[in-house]
Every structure is written in C-alpha cells, then in structure tokens.
Design a binder for this molecule. Structure first.
Ligand SMILES: [Mg+2]
Length: 85
C-alpha cells in the first residue's frame, strides 16, 4: 500500500487494558491514524489512562452510542470528539 495510505484499526473491544497497551505500543511505528474501540465498552473509565499510554490516538465506538455517552466520555477528560467514522 505504501506510506500514503492512511491506516485506521478497530479492535472491536477485543483487548484487555494490558493487551491494548502492548498492541498499541507495538504498532507505534506504522503511522496509524487511530484505534477504534480498543477495550470493552464497559471499561470506558479506563480510556483516559489508555490514551495516556498509547502512542496511537483512540476512538470510541461502542462506548459512545448517544449524546449522553459522548458527554460522559468528554467529562472524564483527556478525550476529544472526532469527526472520523
Ligand atoms: Mg467499531
């Protein structure tokens, strides 16, 4: 594909927190734009810490179904809205 093709990954909530840290750090050199749903949606409270530890930006998916979810994620801090789909 080459370096001009932007890459985005979706873990579909498949990683534990520790697995996510290891995987995201392991992929640090691949110019990935963001990782969607790295951990279980019910572990949303861990997202700020994961974001701090990850070299790859994170994107909420299953943990953000509606405006209330978005406000909750924004309120826990260090999380910004994205226009990515
Ligand atoms: Mg997804």
């Amino acid at each position: 594909m080459g370096p001009d093709v932007p890459l985005r990954i979706d873990a579909n909530q498949g990683w534990s927190f520790e697995e996510a840290v290891e995987a995201l750090r392991g992929m640090a050199g691949y110019n990935i734009q963001h990782c969607e749903a790295p951990i279980d949606r019910y572990d949303w409270n861990l997202l700020p810490e994961l974001r701090r530890l990850s070299p790859i930006p994170l994107m909420a998916d299953e943990s953000c179904w509606n405006a209330a979810d978005a406000r909750r994620l924004l309120a826990i801090g260090r999380w910004t809205a994205s226009t990515s789909s």
